[in-house]
Design a protein around this ligand. Sequence first.
Ligand code: PLP
Length: 425
Amino acid sequence: MDNYHIDTKCVQAGYRPENGEPRQIPIIQSTTFKYDSSEEMGKLFDLEAPGYFYTRLQNPTNDYVAAKIAALEGGCAAMLTSSGQAANFFALFNICESGSHIVSSASIYGGTFNLISVTMAKMGIDVTFVSPDCGRDELNAAFRPNTRAVFGETIANPALTVLDIEKFAEAAHSHGVPLIVDNTFPTPVHCRPIEFGADIVTHSTTKYMDGHGAAVGGAVVDSGHFDWMAHRESFPGLTTPDESYHGIVYAEKFGKEGAFITKCTSQLMRDLGCIQSPQNAYILNLGLESLHVRMERHAANGLAVAEFLSTHPKVVHVSYPHLPSDPYYKLAMKYMPDGGCGVVSFELEGGRPAAEAFMGKLKIAAIETHVADARTCCLNPATSTHRQMSDEQLAAAGIPAGLIRISCGLEAADDLINDLEQALA
Ligand SMILES: *Cc1c(COP(=O)(O)O)cnc(C)c1O
C-alpha cells in the first residue's frame, strides 16, 4: 500500500482479506490459540516462529489495526496498547531502566507529565524538562551520559505548542538516542513525524483515531530507523542477551525494523499486560476508516472557531497554531501545511466566573474532560481539572482562570460559531 495516498491507507491498509475471507476485520474474541503439538507451541514461546498463543501478548485483530497505523505513520511495525498512557510508558520503558534519564519537552499532556516526573521517577528514571521553544544550546545542555530518549508532542495537549521535530531529532541523534513523538493531536493525516526524523511515534487512539469517544486505546509505532547496535552500550535491553528468552539479542535476531516492537511485545506486554481488547481494536479501526475525512472537518472547524474568537471583544487571547497571528504558525505550516486539529484554547475576559457563566450558556458544546471526538466539547481548567489551584497558582502555571479549551467536533462551523456567539453575549 506504500504508494497510495493516506486517504486510501486509512480505509484499506493493514487488513487485506484473501478469497472468501470477511471484508471487515474479524474480531478474534479468544484468549488463547490451539496447537497440534507442544513442539509447535514451544517455537512460539522461544520466538522461533511467528504466531499467537495468548491475547495478553498479541491478538490478530489488534495486529491488523496496528499494521494500519504503522502504514499511516510510515513506520515498519506497531502495537496497540490499552491506553495512550500505556503507549507512552511502553515506548519509554522499552529503552529506559533504573538509572536512565529522559529529555522531554515540558509542554506535554498532564498525564504524561505525571507518568514521567512522578511514576517513572519512582522507578529510578530521571527527567529534564525543556521548553519546546528552547535554543539548540539549551537543548544540548539537557543531555547527560545516561540519557536514553527524547520525548515531545507534535501539537501539545492542552498548551497547543508545536514541536520543532527536526530540532529535537537532531539533538537526540547527535547524542545517540531516539526521538519519541506523541502524535495524538494532528494524527498521521496531518503530520507524520517519522518523515522529519522521529524514531518512535505514539498515540492516544482514544482521541481522533477512534474519534467517537467510544474506546480508550493507544499505539506505539517504530520507524525502524534507529540503529540500536550502533549504540550497543546505551540499549542493553535490545543489544545484549535476554535471559527470559534463552539469550535472544533482539537487535541481532530481528534487526533494526523488528527489534523494538518485538521486545516491547514479548517483554513489556508479557509482564505488564496492557493490551487493547480486540473489541476496542475493531471499534478503533471503524474510526480509522474515516480518519482522513474527519480530520479535514475537525481542522476546518477549529480554524473557523479560532478566527471567530480572535475578533471577539470579550476574548483576551486565542491559541491555535494555524492562526497566522499565533507564535507557532511558522512551525505549523512547516510540519502540518494541510491543517492541524480541532482543539482551540482561548481566554475570556472576567476570569473564573465569566468562564463558568459562558459555559453554562452553551447549547451544542458539552462540558467534558475529553477532546478530539465527533461532538464539540469544552472545559475550563480553573473550575475542573485544575480546581484545587488558586488564581495565583494558575497564573504561575500559565493557565489563566478564564482559559477555556474547546474541542471542535464535526458539526457545521456556522452552528458552532452561533452557539459561541450567543453564549458570549
Ligand atoms: C489523552 C492523551 C494521552 C493519554 O491517553 P489515554 O488514552 O487517555 O491514556 C496521551 N497523550 C496525549 C497527547 C493525549 O491527548
